[in-house]
Write a protein that binds this ligand. Structure first.
Ligand code: MN
Length: 225
């Protein structure tokens, strides 16, 4: 069997132009996936964006992303965010995403990285509750406020190991014992279920069945920790 040749130097150099989004671009084939290609955006003065994307890939999880330095810092939260300050939700840091990704709702085709249905579950703006976000990230303790449709108030991300963090709601008036992922399962931008998104984006039969299963799972609520 012929060994796959390594990518040409020129190709690598081309990817490196994208700096912090090189990893995002490396994992995706933009002639196949409907996801946006990663381009760095200049740092702006407007409010910082956040998004939570509900993603039925090999497993259902919630991708929590906050804008910082022209990209979306990203964490995969298997159980999704919780409004209960006693819940510590595992959040695995993943590759930085482009800011354009915040508007992506659709289906990543079978065989591609992250294949499955993606929903914009919540979105809005965020504010650091620390002076220096870079330093807080380096320290592994970032306090912040969310201004979303479902997630609001004060939160913290705490790193416990390399790339492994906990997402925790602070005790404040927006804290609640309500299971927000079960109470508000649908898209914040289109009100659609995962199955409705899958259907309109031409998902495969298998992907549609997985989206339907994830909708039923969300509606049933998750077992308490
Ligand atoms: Mn994901």
């Amino acid at each position: 069997m012929k060994k796959k040749s390594p990518p040409a130097k020129a190709e690598n150099a081309d990817l490196e132009r994208f700096g912090r989004l090189a990893e995002y671009n490396r994992r995706r084939r933009f002639d196949v996936t409907p996801e946006p290609a990663g381009k760095l955006r200049s740092v702006k003065n407007q409010a910082l964006e956040f998004v939570v994307q509900k993603h039925r890939a090999s497993r259902l999880h919630y991708d929590f992303r906050i804008e910082h330095d022209g990209v979306m810092l990203s964490w995969a939260v298997p159980k999704g965010p919780s409004l209960d300050p006693a819940a510590r939700r595992l959040a695995m840091q993943t590759e930085d995403h482009p800011i354009e990704y915040n508007r992506f709702e659709g289906v990543i085709p079978e065989g591609e990285y992250g294949a499955g249905t993606v929903m914009v579950w919540d979105h809005g703006t965020w504010e650091p509750e620390v002076e220096d976000v870079g330093r807080a990230l380096a320290k592994g303790d970032l306090k912040f406020a969310l201004h979303g449709q479902k997630l609001t108030g004060s939160w913290v991300l705490v790193r416990t190991r390399p790339r492994q963090w906990l997402l925790i709601k602070h005790r404040d008036p927006s804290a609640s014992s309500e299971d927000v992922t079960a109470a508000k399962p649908n898209s914040a931008v289109s009100r659609r279920t995962l199955a409705a998104i899958a259907r309109s984006a031409g998902a495969s039969a298998k992907q549609l069945a997985q989206a339907e299963e994830a909708d039923r799972f969300s509606a049933a609520g998750q077992p308490a920790e």
